[in-house]
Write a protein that binds this ligand. Sequence first.
Ligand code: NAP
Length: 253
Amino acid sequence: MNLSMFSLEGKTAIVTGANTGLGQGIAVALAGAGASLALVGRSAPDETVELVQKAGGKAHVIMADLGSLDPLDRIIEETKEALGGVDILVNNAGIIKRNDAIDFTVEDWDSVMNINLRSLFFLSQKAARAMIEAGTGGKIINIASMLSFQGGVRVPSYTASKSGVLGLTRLMANEWARYGINANAIAPGYFATNNTDALRADEKRNTEILGRIPAGRWGQPSDLGGAAVFLSSAASDYVHGTVVAVDGGWLAR
Ligand code: NAP
């Protein structure tokens, strides 16, 4: 098999929420495979810029708060200007709010839905328009979750958003596959990032979670690299609307 089908040489990728955690791991993996990166987020991704450059990639930083739709056009335009086009979009930025469903507030509902679902859809729409206009196809990768499959507890807006991400991934595939755009999702299991600080700090929850992961450990951001490169590359050109679980076996349990 010719491994060049996994190469991202000459491709440009937007990764949202790239300053830390899974977004950083994905950005570094794509850079290692040859892509130029537009690193999007509300915190300066200095460490990621350094890691991307070390991996041999070019990094362009776009500061943007994805709590609103205002920066979306600018993200696409700036990526085109700085890097020459939009080949790959990784919708990674996301937040979680924890509270009993009985007490859950409208604010905690809206803030999560706005970033995890609303901005994800409209940034994908704008990226797809750019890909269609360029006529080169492209790749959209949405970061889903185990809570795209399961209900979870004390995270109603997160569960709703991540279940929605899976549905939207399928819808994007149905409408955009004809343009050579592959829309797929990655569902990370339990990874050691800011998002799961509270879970790992709770000894009981930490032990329960670890006991249920067949691989016996929390995931590290670098564990997502293989799936991200595959779904960004020509190796996945006939893969549409699916989700790759990178979960240490959690869903198999
Ligand atoms: P994280 O370390 O908290 O990273 C979240 C990223 O999203 C950060 O870069 C964050 O920027 C960015 N972000 C949050 N709000 C934003 C906003 N309003 N505008 C722009 N960027 C914003 O958590 P993570 O675990 O890497 O999460 C990345 C994705 O993976 C999320 O979609 C999450 O739901 C998903 N996920 C994580 C796990 C896990 O176990 N960790 C499992 C399944 C899915 P700041 O640093 O500035 O806040």
